[in-house]
Design a protein around this ligand. Structure first.
Ligand SMILES: C[S@@+](CC[C@H](N)C(=O)[O-])C[C@H]1O[C@@H](n2cnc3c(N)ncnc32)[C@H](O)[C@@H]1O
Length: 291
């Protein structure tokens, strides 16, 4: 069913759009409507809100109507807008890669603190780079750092390549296609940091994810195997080969995975294992140092 947009002034169009999204069960309907109408008009949210009587042109109205229909089908807003902010950067997003999340911004902040204390670090590997979010944020914030960004999904590689190029980071972020640490085997013993936001949903739980994640984000970015930690375990086993002594492995993880991953890291000979919570108090990140 098409959303009826009978009004033409911004304030009224927004209200109609928000009602239409709310009726489709979208929890942040008003905010979504504001972002979509701002996008349709080519103005930011503030520009939209200070001019409620501004008239929406027929062209912008059609763009807004189409965007509303996509959002009503639970398509992530970042796929419609084709971008998302991450760590102060604007990244291109799309169905080929996970939409970067705020939790992962915290992972980057955690690395930056550590680098500030222990650096300068010269070489980092971002495993499963997706849109290139972590790699680009690190490269922008740490000007002396070179980042090798590994990814095996061709669609994600294309998005990451775009982001690295548009942020002017090609000289310091190298994109490599392949499986986990296999493409960086040549850097054995020299890497200061291996960082990853691996897929961490248990395969059996994928069906219970919110529809906008389950139906619209790539399975290979979500499915962490039977216990959700298959990729983490491989990184724990394989990263000591590329890390220098004293180098760090930092990973994002799912709720309830901290104890198993801490034990696995200790068993693999890592030291100084530490866990950090996200803003909801969930243990979300784990770090350990190679002896
Ligand atoms: C949870 S997403 C994280 C994406 C991005 N780092 C972020 O934080 O937004 C995990 C990514 O790892 C990639 N991936 C999964 N298994 C992989 C493997 N064996 N080798 C390389 N990349 C892998 C997926 O394609 C996906 O892009």
């Amino acid at each position: 069913m098409k959303t009826a947009l009978s009004e033409t002034a911004v304030g009224a169009v927004l209200s109609q759009g928000a009602r239409s999204l709310a009726a489709a069960g979208l929890p942040a309907a008003r905010l979504d409507a504001e972002r979509l109408l701002g996008w349709a008009l080519g103005v930011d949210r503030l520009g939209l809100l200070i001019e409620p009587l501004r008239q929406v042109s027929p062209h912008a109205m059609e763009r807004f109507r189409e965007a509303l229909e996509r959002r009503r089908r639970q398509e992530p807003i970042q796929h419609i807008l084709e971008c998302e902010e991450f760590g102060g950067l604007v990244l291109r997003t799309g169905p080929g890669a996970l939409v970067p999340r705020p939790e992962t911004e915290l992972l980057v902040e955690w690395v930056l603190e550590r680098e500030g204390r222990e650096g300068p670090w010269r070489l980092a590997v971002d495993v499963g780079t997706g849109t290139g979010a972590i790699a680009c944020a690190l490269a922008v914030r740490v000007p002396h750092l070179r980042v090798l960004a590994v990814e095996r999904s061709p669609a994600a590689l294309a998005l990451a390549a775009d982001n690295i190029a548009s942020l002017g980071l090609r000289a310091r972020v190298e994109l490599l296609a392949g499986d986990l640490l296999e493409p960086v085997a040549g850097a054995a013993g020299t890497v200061d940091l291996v960082i990853a936001n691996p897929p961490y949903i248990r395969s059996a739980d994928l069906a219970d994810l919110p529809q906008e994640v389950r139906d619209w984000e790539p399975g290979e970015a979500l499915d962490g195997g039977p216990d959700g930690m298959a990729v983490h375990r491989r990184l724990i086993a394989e990263s000591p080969r590329v890390l220098r002594p004293g180098g760090w492995l930092l990973m994002e993880m799912g709720e309830g995975q901290a104890a198993d991953l801490s034990a696995a890291m200790e068993a693999a000979g890592f030291e100084a294992v530490g866990v950090q919570q996200d803003l909801r108090g969930i243990e979300r990140m784990i770090a350990a140092r190679k002896r």
